[in-house]
Each structure stands twice: as structure tokens, then as C-alpha cells.
Design a protein around this ligand. Structure first.
Ligand SMILES: *Cc1c(COP(=O)(O)O)cnc(C)c1O
Length: 376
């Protein structure tokens, strides 16, 4: 099998599984206990929190563990909303469902939301965001990188713009985290969402970075864990696994990223050159190292996906989240793709575990399948 759907989820690294095991078998103490058995586990959590903080140049006290990207996004936006009743939020048309659906929930509850349109390359323009700001704007939320078309957004400029207007800035960095440099000591980001299972860590764990002094309101009420803001007995194996995955991803950053970019560009070149009437969605330069989203003229994406599946290839139609609903992708719509191209869009997201030989096999299959489908 050739797995090219790493934007949907990733396999857990061997070292991560090994790091997690003791917390199921031996170090199972509730971290809140008074005995030394618990104290050791508490220490391990704080070590993990420090490692996670280092991955974005934050302080450990600014890292709040959550169940993943969706919860982090919900927490950030609902916290801002709670502090600014009836306020206005600026976001983009290409956000993940975790942001989109939280925004529509807030909209139904009396908040104003502006969805800024990206340009045709999938880049949200700073000037478009500036124009959307109103006197009662309380927050700007723009993703660091898009999960469908892989575009990397200018969040450093967005964060500065937010500061200029005295507005809070949140970014959904789930796809960007450990795949592009993210440094909160240099960029005035207030809130940042991440997720473990997108970086070869376990599922059901992530963090929300909250800048010290920005704004904190509890999201889950209970026993007072996570500094009283997000209660519930800690997912210790998850936290340790996530931190291990983040550490490995940080350590391997340079080699991993340059290899993926090389491999990605090789596949993009081959596809665009050898498959007639094919396009690449999103900016070529401002793009995640592992993302390719192709539009094929006059192709039924679902059929092509099924053919690839038969050939042992896992890819995705647009995004895993839109695949279920059978609606055309809001991201492709936002960048102005035609119905025809949207229908024939496939996303391939690679990892450092993919080889050039596998890429060649996938492109050869694509060529053959598309030729056959077009011949009818
Ligand atoms: C996957 C993803 C999420 C959701 O993260 P979970 O940990 O699966 O809840 C949010 N935003 C983006 C951009 C994603 O790719």
C-alpha cells in the first residue's frame, strides 16, 4: 500500500509508541495523586509540556493540552466570543470545518462573522483582511496552512495587522505545525491550535497555545487540570506521545522538509507534464512541503480514487471532511475552480517515508487511469 493521505492523518512513529507504552502498563498513576508514584507522572507531563513549548518557542505555561485541533479551535473562538459579547470575528473562506462550523454556531448566537475570500492561488490577502476589520472586531482567525490545497498563509503579517488594531489573533496551525517554521516569540500570535495525529503522534491529543496575558477562560469545567482551564484527568500516554512526535519532527525538520519538497516538486512536474489538461491548485511557492492538489479536466474524482485504491494507493478527493458530505469543496469554490475541475480534484499528501519509486508508480497509475477514463 502507498499511503498518500498524510493531511488526513499519519501513522504513529515507532519511537512514539515506545515512549507511550510505560504509561499504560507501569506509570498509570493519576497525576493528581499525593504519593510519589503520581509525582513522577506529573513531572513527565511537565517535561512533555516543555518540549511542546520549545517546538514553537513558547513558555511551558502557555501550552494547554486539548483533545486535538477541533477542540483547540473551538476553545479559542468561543473564549474570544465569551469575552466580547456580540462582537465581530474576521476569518477566511478556506478554514477547516472546526473553524467554519464554530463560526456559524457563533453567528446563530448573535455574533458577526466576515469570511474573507482568498486570491485565485489560495492566499488570503492582508489588504482583504484589513478591509474586513470593524470597530467591534474582537478576533482575526486565519489558518497557517490549508489542509486541502496546502497553501501557506501570511500569518506573520496577519498577526501584526491584528496588533495594529488591538485585535486578538488566532491561527489554526494544525497542518503547518512542524512542517513550516512557527515561532511565537517572533510573531505576535495570541492563540494557536495544533494536533498530534497530523505529525505522526497519537490521535485525540493536541494543544492550544495561549499567549501569557492574552485572554484565558476555562473551556472544560471540573477538577481543575491544565491550570483550571481544561479539566479532566490527563491523557498521559497521549501527552508524552505527542511531545515525542513533536521533538522528532523538530529534530528532523531540515532533512525531512527538503526531501519532501524535492519529492513533491518531482511529482508535480511529472503530473503536469505527462497528464494533459491537469492543473495544480494553490500557490506553487507558498505551499506545504507535502501537499499536492491536482485538478483533472473531465474526470470523475470518485471513480479515479476507486481505481487508485484498487492499485493500492490511498489519496483523497479534496479533503477527508468534504468527502463524506458529497458537497463540493468550499476551498476549491473560494479559489474560483470550475465545477468540472472541482469534480476532478484529487489531493496527495506525502511523508518522508515515501520513495521516488513509489511516486513513479503513482504517476504511472494516474496516467493510465486518466487516459482510460477519458477514452470512456
Ligand atoms: C485535521 C485538522 C483539524 C482537526 O484536528 P483534529 O485533531 O483531527 O481534531 C483542524 N484544522 C486543520 C487545518 C486540520 O487539518
Amino acid at each position: 500500500m502507498i499511503y498518500m493521505d498524510n493531511a488526513a492523518t499519519t501513522p504513529v512513529r515507532y519511537e512514539v509508541v515506545e515512549a507511550m507504552k510505560p504509561y499504560y502498563r507501569y506509570k498509570y498513576a493519576n497525576p493528581s495523586g499525593v504519593y510519589s508514584f503520581s509525582k513522577q507522572v506529573r513531572k513527565d507531563i511537565e517535561k512533555a509540556r516543555t518540549q511542546l513549548a520549545q517546538s514553537i518557542h513558547a513558555n511551558p505555561e502557555e501550552i494547554y493540552i486539548t483533545s486535538g485541533g477541533t477542540e483547540s479551535d473551538n476553545w479559542a473562538l468561543k473564549m474570544v466570543a465569551q469575552a466580547h459579547r456580540g462582537g465581530h470575528i474576521v476569518t477566511s473562506e478556506i478554514e477547516h470545518a472546526a473553524i467554519r462550523n464554530t463560526c456559524s454556531y457563533l453567528q446563530q448566537n448573535g455574533y458577526q462573522i466576515t469570511y474573507v475570500k482568498p486570491d485565485h492561488n489560495g492566499i488570503v490577502r492582508i489588504e482583504s483582511v484589513r478591509k474586513a476589520i470593524r470597530p467591534n472586531t474582537c478576533c482575526i482567525s486565519i489558518m497557517a496552512a490549508n489542509n486541502e490545497i496546502g497553501t501557506v498563509e501570511p500569518i506573520d503579517e496577519m498577526a501584526l495587522l491584528a496588533k495594529e488594531y488591538g485585535v486578538l489573533f488566532h491561527t489554526d496551525a494544525v497542518q503547518a505545525y512542524t512542517n513550516i517554521p512557527l515561532n511565537v516569540s517572533e510573531i505576535p500570535i495570541d492563540f494557536m491550535s495544533t494536533s498530534s495525529h497530523k505529525i505522526q503522534g497519537p490521535k485525540g491529543i493536541g494543544f492550544l497555545y495561549i499567549r501569557k496575558g492574552a485572554l484565558t477562560l476555562p473551556f472544560v469545567h471540573g477538577g481543575g487540570q491544565e491550570n483550571g482551564l481544561r479539566s479532566g484527568t490527563e491523557n498521559v500516554p497521549g501527552i508524552v506521545g505527542f511531545a515525542t512526535a513533536a521533538q522528532i519532527a523538530t529534530k528532523t525538520f531540515q532533512n525531512r522538509i527538503s526531501y519532501e519538497i524535492w519529492l513533491r516538486n518531482y511529482m508535480i512536474r511529472r503530473v503536469l507534464k505527462e497528464i494533459p489538461d491537469s492543473i495544480l491548485h494553490g500557490d506553487m511557492e507558498k505551499r506545504l512541503p507535502n501537499n499536492m492538489s491536482f485538478g483533472f479536466d473531465h474526470i470523475e474524482g470518485a471513480t479515479l480514487l476507486a481505481m487508485l485504491d484498487e492499485q493500492g494507493i490511498c489519496a483523497s478527493a479534496g479533503s477527508a471532511c468534504s468527502a463524506k458530505s458529497h458537497k463540493s469543496s468550499h476551498v476549491l469554490q473560494a479559489i474560483g475552480a470550475s465545477e468540472n475541475i472541482m469534480r476532478g480534484t484529487l489531493r496527495f499528501t506525502i511523508s518522508e517515508h515515501i520513495t521516488k519509486r513509489e511516486i513513479d508508480y503513482v504517476v504511472d497509475c494516474l496516467k493510465k487511469d486518466i487516459y482510460q477514463l477519458r477514452k470512456g
